[in-house]
Write a protein that binds this ligand. Structure first.
Ligand code: BDR
Ligand code: CA
Length: 305
């Protein structure tokens, strides 16, 4: 089992990623933390609680994180994810509350208690993990790696160069990429290829209660490409379980924190200015056939919870 801390801003593709992680026996979610992003942090926290309730996994602690980026004003993506962040399905009444600890303290306690270094997966902006790095530098050696959905070497989705999670809090991304902790950057270079075809989404709807829930929320998802919907955040979980689906390249990646290119992730692909330093393994290609097959195989597992 892979023990992870999962930091999210659900968000429809976050919700799909979490549904898979909660029901895959190879993943052991030790802690769920929320961050403001697709919608406010109150809503992303509530959505984490809704999903752990739906999958009868209320033993997993949910801790509320940052309500706003480190320096920028907060701006949501409700135009893509709906006002609630998880529209289209009538979730059961939430039966638990977030824990009293804030996300940063909860992460620190989890890392401290763990006997092995842990992987932190982040599918929202990186505000919480940047705060963790700043407040608890002595715990960095307890983090095996960050697996991040975000960034792009091939153009953005909120500007011509910036991807949403990095754009939301570029100052946090800058801290994370300079932290020295190994990073796997799973960005738009692969997630815009990992489309779930519309027919596949429809077909999932007849596969039990979980399939129906997934089909309904994915149908309400405003992020659409030609032929299907990009399952951005799902790629972090897919990468953890199937790294062989991805082609990764080692680069030094810098974050542009201000100006018209704010939120851009620039890799030294020519090895000209990074002086031999490397800080990220960047996913640059994906076996999309294997991804779709794997995705479809996850749905029956979800109904066992
Ligand atoms: C990222 O932005 C968010 O809207 C999605 O949930 C995903 O994490 C894609 O750019
Ligand atoms: Ca997200």
């Amino acid at each position: 089992m892979i023990p992870i801390i999962l930091d999210m801003d659900p968000g429809i593709d976050d919700a799909v990623a979490l549904s898979i992680a909660l029901s895959n026996p190879s993943i052991d979610i030790k802690l769920l933390t929320s961050v403001a992003g697709n919608v406010s942090v109150d809503k992303t926290t509530n959505n984490l609680l809704k999903l752990t309730t739906f999958f009868h996994q209320t033993q997993i602690p949910v801790a509320k994180g940052a309500a706003a980026p480190l320096k920028k004003d907060f701006s949501d993506a409700a135009y893509i994810h709906g006002e609630s962040g998880m529209p289209g399905y009538d979730f059961p009444q939430v039966t638990k509350e977030a824990i009293k600890l804030d996300a940063i303290t909860a992460m620190a306690e989890e890392l401290e208690a763990s006997i092995v270094p842990m992987t932190i997966v982040a599918t929202g902006s990186y505000t919480n993990i940047a705060m963790l790095i700043q407040k608890y530098p002595s715990l960095l050696h307890k983090i095996e790696k960050f697996v991040l959905m975000g960034g792009s070497l091939s153009g953005g989705n909120v500007s011509s160069v910036a991807e949403f999670n990095v754009f939301t809090d570029p100052d946090a991304a800058d801290i994370v990429f300079k932290s020295g902790v190994p990073i796997v950057m799973v960005g738009l270079d692969v997630t815009l290829k990992a489309l779930l075809p519309f027919e596949t989404i429809d077909a999932i709807g007849s596969q039990g209660e979980a399939g129906e829930m997934l089909q309904k929320v994915m149908t309400a998802y405003g992020d659409t490409a030609e032929g299907g919907k990009p399952m951005h955040d799902v790629n972090t979980i897919c990468y953890l379980l199937n790294p062989e689906f991805y082609t990764v390249k080692d680069y030094w990646v810098d974050i542009i924190v201000s100006g018209p290119a704010a939120g851009a992730t620039i890799a030294d692909t020519q090895n000209r200015w990074s002086e031999g330093r490397l800080n990220a393994q960047v996913a640059v290609d994906i076996d999309t056939t294997a991804f779709e097959k794997w995705f479809v195989e996850q749905v029956p597992k979800m109904n066992q919870y």
